[in-house]
Design a binder for this molecule. Structure first.
Ligand code: ADP
Ligand code: MG
Length: 799
């Protein structure tokens, strides 16, 4: 550390008018005692790292320290980046409250909304928003400090931000107003930042906050449950019925599960709004006294006498006091109040939850009720819920996996890392000794936990496709990706592979003057605006016509949702599918026609009779309602994005869709080809079938980037008709056979036009003679060409 204090000496402290309540709650945070240490380190260094457990006060307090010390004086901003939208909103509100300031001064900005304005002094934003701001002002001249929060999560965008900010800090060093960078992490695993010479030649100082953690007793399950959702439900049921007061925090893997469990719990332990409206809930109060009156010692629920009754038993033993709404649901009915002493105040928590609902976790539950928050891993690191005494951990987490073979990424549920397991358990010991119940067996725990659970979560940049990231970086004018200071660099081949694919797509072009440099094209720039895989982004950019755009939006949003189709009614779905893509052009569009019709039909049903209408429609057709809703949400998000980028388009989110005309279908197929030009499949000829010993009726194909033979999957509507040339969305392996699905038929003579980067023109023919097209004012000539590395010969085509 250099001893001199230059710029900080000039800064005038800003007086703050905090309420006594806030002063009291702040004084309890471990970070408060470290304010001076932190501020001195910031004034003496351009970059510092602050490490402290979740709940120690990093996110809410460090921005206030800077503000109070005058870092926002002279029209400068203090920027704070959060990986999640939910945290950006909630923390900006909290910090405004603590500083006794309005949302004018302490604001947030996330992708489609925000309240930041000209008076803003502290700005909370998502990583993506700051990246976009850097594209417009590389030196971030309006900022005096950037706080990069939750750096330990190792999200791709935050990794890249650290790389870029390390350069910006250096560029601003010599100027009158240097930029300060504060990297905050909840875990001590910060070597990738601190010891990375390429990133910071001088290792930045690390300030470690003391933790105030009460002991948490860990309880393991007897066996790994078949259904962890059900297991979590039973655990909560037992805790609530038998254990002393204290909030319960449940970790599940995804939003849909959170919703399911919340509704199940609310049915089992009902709470009436009216009770809280009049302020007193007499029953609750009485129950509360009873609860508090019988404090229980440390208890392992699994040793506990009262075993959970089977649901049937509970219903049978119920004497008919028909007080609650009597539905014949298969869940534990609301009537079993003799076990469940008091109502449970059940709150969901996931990142897409609207802000006003999400902030409920910080409010005390209604009198006498126990709070139970059912959360995704949002509550693991970025939000601290007050008074949690019991944590129920399903042990799993949802990750995005990337398969380089098919270039397809998918979400899958895997065992959490040990770091995550400890972090989740720690949530129970913030205010008093707590308990954590894990949904896997203690008997094998050492084996399972030690062998199967990874130590840390891998940085996202090593587990997701980086094509989109590279495109984003190129659109920020970062030319040579291979020399970019990534905290953990992807290997060079991965980067070059991604760049090559982007060149093939037409998003980048090779710079002939400089080796190894690919420049972004105008098409690439437009593509970079969408949070989609580049293949899909290109399709959107090519859908110039407004009605085509609406169709493509439906197709792309549905394709971007994992396991989009179908529901449980397999027979209904089979019928529906075939009737939707039965003949002519509709059959040629194949599986994408099915997707299009399903989205169109569902949106029509929803518009006419709401969610009930959608449910009926899904039951009738065999569609999966949840995935439709997911796709629908993405569709609306993309429409918002398009309306921001191209205001003149004025796309409508509730449009009634008519089926496309044959001409439109043809255009859609061509756009799909242009976007997926590297996923072409060609049917084996009779000779090739013979040679490979495959029966003649088999739907066997060569795929453009594989040597193995692939087969049309049973789910495809094109399985029967077996078009000669296809585009596929996905290749996957079952045992030793490869399958393709998500198919659309194309015409081979389109390839030289829409996939020209993968075609080789062998010869331009004199006969027929070149033709002049009046409408497009272009010359067309006929060529002989081949496609791909294997050199599949194509019929004569006009280009
Ligand atoms: P860290 O970033 O170190 O995890 P935070 O600054 O997020 O810690 O949290 C510090 C304290 O502030 C926690 O006890 C948390 O419960 C409280 N807190 C955070 N946000 C809010 C809010 N919106 N309302 C009330 N309390 C909050
Ligand atoms: Mg935090």
């Amino acid at each position: 550390m250099s001893g001199e204090i230059k710029s900080a000496a000039k800064k005038q402290p800003v007086p703050i008018n905090r309420t006594s309540e806030i002063i009291k709650s702040r004084s309890k945070l471990p970070i408060i005692g470290e304010e001076q240490v932190i501020m001195e380190a910031i004034s003496e260094n351009d970059v510092i790292i602050v490490v402290g457990e979740t709940g120690s006060g990093k996110t809410t307090q460090v921005p206030q320290f800077l503000y109070e010390a005058g870092y926002s004086n002279g029209n400068k901003l203090i920027g704070v980046t959060e990986p999640r939208r939910i945290a950006a909103i909630s923390v900006s509100q909290r910090v405004a409250e603590e500083l006794n300031e309005t949302s004018d001064i302490v604001s947030y900005l996330i992708r489609f909304e925000g309240n930041a304005g000209p008076n803003t002094k502290i700005k909370f934003m998502t990583d993506g928003v700051l990246l976009k701001e850097i594209q417009n002002d590389f030196l971030l001249k309006n900022y005096s400090a950037i706080i990069l929060d939750e750096a330990h999560e190792r999200r791709v965008f935050s990794d890249i931000l650290i790389g870029i900010l390390s350069r910006i800090v250096r560029l601003r060093q010599k100027r009158a107003n240097p930029l300060k960078l504060i990297i905050m992490s909840a875990t001590l695993k910060v070597d990738d930042f601190s010891k990375n010479q390429k990133l910071f030649p001088q290792p930045p100082p690390i300030i470690e906050l003391s933790s105030r953690q009460f002991p948490v007793t860990i309880h393991f399950n007897k066996k790994t449950p078949h259904d962890y959702l059900d297991e979590a439900y039973k655990k909560i049921y037992k805790i609530h019925s038998n254990l002393p007061a204290g909030a319960i925090l449940v970790f599940l893997t995804g939003k849909l599960e959170v919703k399911q469990l919340v509704s199940k719990l609310r049915k089992a332990f009902p709470y009436r709004e009216t009770d809280s409206k009049i302020g007193v809930n007499t029953k609750c109060k009485a129950e509360k006294k009873k609860e508090i009156g019988k404090p229980l010692p440390e208890i392992n629920l699994d040793d506990y006498d009262i075993e959970m009754h089977s649901e049937d038993e509970l219903i049978l033993s119920e004497n008919s006091s028909a007080d609650e709404d009597d539905d014949d649901d298969d869940e534990v009915p609301s009537k079993i109040m003799k076990f469940s002493s008091s109502p449970l105040w059940v709150l969901p928590l996931y990142s897409m939850l609207p802000a006003h609902k999400q902030s409920k976790i910080f409010e005390p539950p209604p009198p006498g009720c126990r709070m139970c928050v059912v959360s995704t891993n949002v509550a693991e690191l970025s939000l601290t819920i007050p008074n949690v005494k019991y944590v129920v951990d399903c042990g799993k987490t949802k990750i995005r996996e990337y398969d380089p073979l098919t270039s397809v990424s998918r979400f899958s549920v895997v065992w959490e890392s040990k770091a995550s397991a400890n972090q989740r358990a720690g949530r129970a010991g913030r205010t008093s000794p707590g308990h954590c119940y894990r949904s896997y067996p203690s008997l094998f725990s050492s084996a399972l936990f030690n062998d199967e659970f990874p130590e840390w979560n891998l940085p996202e940049i090593q587990t997701t496709p980086i094509d989109n990231v590279i495109l984003q970086m190129k659109s920020m004018k970062i030319d040579k990706i291979t020399s970019f200071p990534f905290p953990t660099p992807p290997d060079k081949q991965t980067i070059l592979g991604a760049e090559n694919r982007l060149v093939t797509l037409g998003a980048l072009e090779v710079d002939k003057n400089v080796a190894e440099i690919n420049n972004i094209t105008p098409l690439g720039k437009s593509m970079a605006a969408f949070p989609l895989s580049p293949h899909y982004a290109k399709m959107l950019c090519l859908s110039k016509d407004r009605s085509l755009l609406q169709y493509m939006l439906f197709i792309i949003s549905a394709m971007s949702v994992q396991e989009y189709l179908p529901g449980d009614n397999v027979e209904a779905w089979k019928k529906t599918k075939l009737s939707w893509a039965n003949k002519g052009e509709f059959l040629l569009l194949g599986d994408l026609m099915v997707i299009l019709r399903s989205m169109g039909g569902a949106s029509h049903a929803m518009k006419k009779s709401g969610l009930g209408g959608l449910q009926d429609y899904c039951t009738k057709t065999g569609l999966h309602k949840k995935s439709i809703l997911e796709a629908w949400k993405l569709n609306n998000q993309l429409i918002n994005q398009l309306n921001i980028n191209v205001p003149s388009l004025k796309l409508n989110t509730d449009l009634d869709m008519t089926p496309p005309t044959p001409i439109q279908v043809k255009q859609i197929r061509q756009i799909v080809l242009a976007g997926m030009l590297d996923r072409v499949a060609r049917r084996l000829t009779t000779n090739e079938l013979n040679r490979n010993g495959i029966r003649p009726n088999k739907a066997a194909y060569y795929a453009s980037n594989l040597t193995e033979i692939v087969y049309i999957h049973n789910s495809s509507v094109l399985k029967k008709s077996k078009p000669e040339w296809l585009i596929y969305q996905e290749i996957f392996q079952v045992q030793d056979k490869m399958y393709i699905k998500g198919l659309t038929a194309i015409e081979p003579e389109w390839l030289p036009v829409y996939a020209n980067r993968l075609c080789k023109t062998l010869k331009v023919l004199d006969d027929p003679t070149p033709r002049y097209d009046e409408e497009t004012e272009k010359m067309f000539c006929t060529v002989n060409a081949t496609y791909g590395q294997a050199g599949w010969s194509l019929p004569q085509a006009e280009i």
